[in-house]
Each structure stands twice: as C-alpha cells, then as structure tokens.
Design a binder for this molecule. Sequence first.
Ligand SMILES: Nc1nc2c(ncn2[C@@H]2O[C@H](COP(=O)(O)OP(=O)(O)OP(=O)(O)O)[C@@H](O)[C@H]2O)c(=O)[nH]1
Ligand SMILES: [Mg+2]
Length: 214
Amino acid sequence: MKTEIERLLFYLSLKKKVVKILESSFVTSNSDYKLCPEGEIPEVAFIGRSNVGKSSLINMLCNSKKLAKTSSTPGKTQLINHFLINNEWHLVDLPGYGYAKVSKKARAEFHKMINNYLTKREQLYNTFVLIDSRIKPQAIDLEFVEYLGEQGVAFSIIFTKVDKLKSQELKRNVAAFEDQLRKNWEELPPMFQSSAEKKTGKEEISKYIHEILT
Ligand SMILES: Nc1nc2c(ncn2[C@@H]2O[C@H](COP(=O)(O)OP(=O)(O)OP(=O)(O)O)[C@@H](O)[C@H]2O)c(=O)[nH]1
Ligand SMILES: [Mg+2]
C-alpha cells in the first residue's frame, strides 16, 4: 500500500511530465532484442507493413525530418532502432512486415527478430500497429493483430496517410477494418488517425503515449 505522501509525490511527478516531445536522439540499431538498451527506461514501438509510414510518423511526432530514415521504397528500416525522448522514454522504429522482395530465409530471420522483440522485450509498454488508411482491410494486418492478441502484446492502431483520401473514403476503410476486428474481439483497441504530411494526430498520439507511460 502506498502512503499518502508517496501518492502525493507520484501525482506531482506526473504533473511535471512533459507531453510534448522536446528532445529526441538516436540511441542504437540492433538485430537482436537482447542487444537493445538495458535498464528500466520504458518504450513504445511502431510496427506495420513495409512502407506504411512508421519512420515518417516517428519523425512527425519528434518534429524532425531525418531522425528515423524514410524512403519511398519499401524495406528501408531493417533493424530495431531506439530513440531517446525527453531523456525519459524510448521510441522504437521497427522494420515492416510483408516485404516481398527478400529471400524466404531472410524473411524468416526478420520475423524471428520482430517476434522476439515484441514478445520478450520487458521494457515494451505498447506497440502501435500502423495500417494504411487508403486500402481495404488486408489479411496480413489482421493476422498480425491476431498474433499480438494471442501473445498478449499490448497494442493500439494508427491509420496512416489520411491526407491521401477523402473523409468519406477514410470513414469507410476504418469502419471496414473495425468490422473485421469485431469478428474476433469483444473490445476494440485504441485507434488513431495520422498524416505525417499534415501533422494529423500528433497531439492525440503524444498524449496517449504520455498516459501509457505514466
Ligand atoms: N502522403 C503521405 N505520405 C506518407 C505519409 N507517411 C509516409 N508517407 C510516405 O510513404 C513512404 C514510406 O514512408 P516510411 O516512413 O519510410 O515507411 P516505413 O513504414 O517506415 O517503411 P519501411 O521502413 O520500409 O518498413 C515515404 O515515401 C513517405 O514519404 C503520410 O502521412 N502521408
Ligand atoms: Mg521505416
């Protein structure tokens, strides 16, 4: 049981925490979760199909153009990349899944790296699964979400690139994805929409990360 003083100190420390990302810096790139930064700094990770916009979203959240490397060619991010934010927590950029242009062996290695990280990394508080808002629900994304559920990995969803389509179309695609999720889930995970181009979703996602970490 916490004493009154401990509780008060805890709330004061929460109040002091900054929701905004003021400082961000690259820490390490690793191919194995065992080599990722040690210690108790909590982290949130971004995953999704190759080219869905993970690295761009991270840059948008961090007010940077080149913190995380982006590319119009899928398969840019190949390693587990840690960034230190506000000297308090880690933001993690992961490689995308579903990239076709690699050998079977390389793909298996890749999946092992991601799966190990997601299921074994103790510092991981939440994983954001990014979904391309421009397209209808894809089996690979739905299967990935199911996999996270089965493994007990806490996750939320972000529909990306919302600047690229009309609001009616966006609503339709989001509703279709939710309908698919409802087939297997009683309760839907938290969902957000983002555009790295227009900076849509920045406040909501930053605030949510702050809530998760505190
Ligand atoms: N219009 C628009 N384009 C975006 C947005 N986010 C990303 N892109 C573009 O999509 C492409 C892929 O972006 P990345 O951020 O590199 O995607 P990624 O998911 O990190 O890709 P991998 O690392 O290869 O898995 C780039 O050409 C970006 O400019 C967005 O919100 N709006
Ligand atoms: Mg990337």
